[in-house]
Design a protein around this ligand. Sequence first.
Ligand code: FAD
Length: 465
Amino acid sequence: MHLHWHRRDLRVEDNRALSMGDTVLPVFVFDDEVLAHAAPPRVSFMCSALESLRESYRERGGDLLIVRGDPREELPRIAEACDADAVVWNRDYSGLAKARDADVRDALDVAEIDHRAFHDALLHTPGSITTNEGEYYSVYTYFWKKWRDRDKDAPFDAPDEIVSPEEVVGEVDGAIPSLADLGFEDPEGNIPPAGTEAARDLAAKFCERDVYRYDDARDYPARESTSRLSPHLKFGTIGVRELWETTVEAKNDAESANDADSVEEFQGQLAWREFYMHVLDDNPDVVVENFKDYQYDIAWRDDPDGVRAWKNGKTGYPIVDAGMRQLREEAWVHNRVRMIVASFLTKDLLVDWREGYDWYRQKLVDHDTANDNGGWQWAASTGTDAQPYFRIFNPMTQGERFDSDATYIKRFVPELEDVPPKKIHEWNELDPDEREALAPDYPGPIVDHGERREMAITMFENARG
Ligand code: FAD
């Protein structure tokens, strides 16, 4: 019998490590060291995903063992109590996760318990897609071509038998702790439904229709045209092979070359996710350091008032404010708007990307070390294959182009509800009296974009030396 240690793979099917045993006792350990890096939206989503996982195990005649403690102590203890042949798990690729896994391996070695870790979270494992010289790619396009053309595994079957913890380790409490028990407040925003059924519903619905207009619509935040699968991919409530297969079927069903291209555009986003995970695997320090070397330090500014206005959605730049308020309301933000608000923090407020990354880490339901870091360092021009430092988003033209009728802006910034879109998109140029008359409760711009753009370019040129 295997003891399967669940971490960010909260599903029964298409789970590589889980599929390796015929008889399995699944366990989830609430580890305070890991929880110290978590935040209410994700703990909330994870606890509902665990409820749903436990239900799936119960339907199969077994159960999920839930414990709270240090996995270095709990896993050897449980493995011994149930006389497990091995403890198995799926790998995670962040520096913190790798250090934790090494400690657990040591503890299991001391207890003379066999253990095995598997690659599961990605279609292609870090180190398997490299340049001809065997280096990890730092340019996405080359990575994507190799990644796309490689054969991919089919989804894995669920194990034959799930053991009930009570049969093998005696009576257990097994309750999933509440957020308060775990030391968290309730999340500020609405958290989407978790669990494999919810993930499969989203994937099926998306691949039935929206995937065919993804290419055209994905950049327009009001259109709700993306899959919203990010928290599910983060917590592994759906397997990547299963999702990939759904996209391949959608591509086979495409009625035109355009439709097929649109599916491929979506598959490309799954590849971006893997690209950033490979980058993190190869460079664990990107979590705290710039990926790209500049000759001198970038002279980021300290601007607590600006950062406060940014966090509260009160910068006077409508699309930025809508995005920052969507973050609070939904614990999720549309990708185009994530890029706009990240650019605003780093290139208009000239504030270090790490402050933004930290805010996202606290507020996002889908915060994923690799993707979040990749996104921030892209926007800050410090990352791998990043936005060049001289190509600076203009938040007004971005709003006009991607939310021309201001539907998205008005959804999150009710102060602008009665303002004509044209005025919203020239908000920074209006006379203060006109702004006051149009929307007395909405602020004017806290910085001048034109000035800040010049300052940002100078800041980067100084860093380049
Ligand atoms: P879809 O468009 O439906 O894409 C499907 C999946 O592909 C996503 O769920 C995600 O797993 C992956 N994906 C899509 N776009 C990207 C991308 N640019 N980079 C990497 N993977 C991508 N994504 C996260 O999952 N977690 C984060 O913490 C995160 N932080 C970000 C921070 C910034 C500053 C930026 C610019 C982007 C960030 N992204 C992050 C990437 C992207 O914004 C989200 O993955 C996407 O908005 C999630 O919505 P969706 O599931 O509807 O995406």
